[in-house]
Design a protein around this ligand. Structure first.
Ligand SMILES: [Zn+2]
Length: 478
């Protein structure tokens, strides 16, 4: 036998020309084909499609055992695993994890019908589900988070206030205030690294899989809570329970808290002839409260007289009363003397426009150094955004009708006084005191009563709306 094969046929060499063409075709097609990467999981290595450095988000999340589906009405994906729920929208860099807004390190991109994101973003999405995604983009490792974050709880006293400081994790918990307790709900398993310190203000703590509940002394309540950095800590500031002015009847049914802006040394905005915002807001808030009470809705004020009340204490009152709505009442000012009209806001980290940003900057002036942290922290209350928007809309529509304005909408801005509210919350600027005509009207008793009447009507409508409407699904803030 001689070389040539058992069949005795001749060897047909690949034609050099055709070979070159095939190579060229592969090279040209390479970038267009979705390639893949092997992700190491507890069940072995699984191929997931990639676009450059971007990973197929849904495919990775499904590897955790999560159920992922697209909700066309919300325009977003919803992943559920155990008790955890994750919502994310293609094109955005935000997600909502267990009711908390989550900022992603990179954008979620929609490419040929699938959602792709950098490994860091996919890892941030997997974390609230209890999974970690680590390693180089060429060889990622997906593993169940088994290590518990070891928390250290300390009690710090400063400037007459008591702060419970939780360190050992960079994660921000969701804060749920109860009667005589506060629960810090984490998205990962936790444990206490050391025994709870003894303090008069703390009666103990219960640790569950991913939450810690602090039992407070009967005279204590949560004033505010916020994260700090370097090292990461989470602070729950306590205060002596505020005495709330008595009302004619025992609170039965829904409670609404009205917040007359400013007070005491803090005059708020002032008109050219010396009218102060703090007096107008108190007069209008009192009138709204009287109308709500007459309509059978319990209304409380954050201040009953001309006194200073810290911004963060104002929502603490509402939280403690488990109010169904919080409405902060203000009067606007602008360097432009022609600026006029009422505006209603609800909380957002971003101002919807320049005027909204200006109003927020002015109203936040009374806030302390924790302002920025507070604003960041308010993202946790994204769950109330839709209800807050509905409350603000009910108010603004009536204000528009009163003033014969058709198109003024509800605005969003980062108001410190709305941070920490655990219920739907809105802020109303009744008008511009910097505008001489409006200043005169805002001081007039009949205008104040007119404004109070429509605000009471709007709040009443909101409170009486069917509960199903009050809990519309969470939307990611624009
Ligand atoms: Zn104000």
């Amino acid at each position: 036998m001689y070389p040539g094969g058992p069949e005795g046929g001749t060897i047909r060499p690949v034609k050099p020309m055709r070979h070159a063409l095939i190579c060229l075709l592969i090279l040209v097609m390479l970038p267009a084909i979705a390639l893949g990467v092997g992700i190491r999981t507890p069940d072995g290595t699984v191929e997931v499609s990639t676009q450059g450095d971007l990973l197929d988000v849904v495919a990775v999340l499904r590897l955790t055992g999560a159920e992922v589906h697209f909700a066309p009405a919300a325009g977003s994906f919803i992943a559920t695993l155990g008790e955890h729920e994750l919502q994310f929208t293609p094109g955005g860099a935000l997600a909502v994890a267990d009711g908390r807004l989550l900022s992603l390190p990179g954008q979620l991109r929609q490419i040929s019908g699938a959602v792709y994101a950098p490994l860091a973003s996919v890892a941030a999405l997997a974390a609230p589900l209890g999974w970690s995604l680590t390693g180089p983009p060429s060889a990622p490792v997906l593993a169940k988070t088994t290590t518990r974050e070891r928390l250290v709880v300390t009690v710090v006293r400063a400037e007459g206030t008591v702060m419970v400081v939780v360190s050992g994790t960079a994660r921000r918990p969701r804060v749920v205030s109860g009667t005589g307790s506060v629960t810090l709900q984490f998205t990962v398993p936790i444990e206490l690294a050391a025994a709870l310190p003894t303090a008069d203000e703390l009666r103990g703590a219960e640790v569950s899989d991913d939450a810690i509940t602090l039992r407070l002394a009967p005279d204590q309540e949560v004033a505010s809570s916020y994260p700090l950095e370097d090292p990461p800590r989470f602070v729950v500031r306590l205060q002596k329970a505020q005495t709330v002015a008595p009302v004619a009847q025992q609170p039965r049914g829904p409670v609404v808290v009205l917040d007359p802006g400013h007070g005491g040394d803090d005059l708020g905005a002032q008109s050219a002839d010396g009218a102060a915002e703090k007096d107008i807001t108190l007069a209008v808030a009192r009138a709204i409260a009287a109308r709500l009470q007459a309509a059978g809705i319990t209304a409380r004020l954050t201040r009953e007289r001309d006194e200073h009340v810290a911004l963060e204490q104002r929502t603490a009152v509402a939280n403690r009363l488990q109010a169904v709505a919080f409405v902060s009442i203000h009067v606007n000012a602008s360097p432009a003397r022609s600026a006029r009209g009422a505006e209603t806001y609800y909380m957002s980290t971003d101002a919807s426009d320049a005027q909204a940003a200006q109003s927020a900057a002015r109203e936040n002036a009374g806030a302390g150094q924790d302002t920025v942290q507070l604003i960041l922290w308010d993202l946790a209350y994204v769950a109330n955004l839709n209800s807050s928007a509905r409350l603000a809309k009910a108010i603004q529509e009536r204000l528009n009708a009163l003033q014969g304005i058709k198109d003024r909408g509800v605005r969003q801005a980062p108001f410190v006084v709305l941070t920490g509210a655990t219920m739907p919350a809105a802020l109303v600027e009744l008008g511009f005191i910097s505008n001489p005509d409006e200043a005169a009207r805002l001081r007039a008793a009949d205008t104040q009563d007119q404004l109070a009447a429509i605000l009471a009507e709007a709040i009443g409508e909101f409170v009486r709306a069917p509960a199903g409407q009050a809990t519309t699904p969470v939307a990611v803030a624009p």
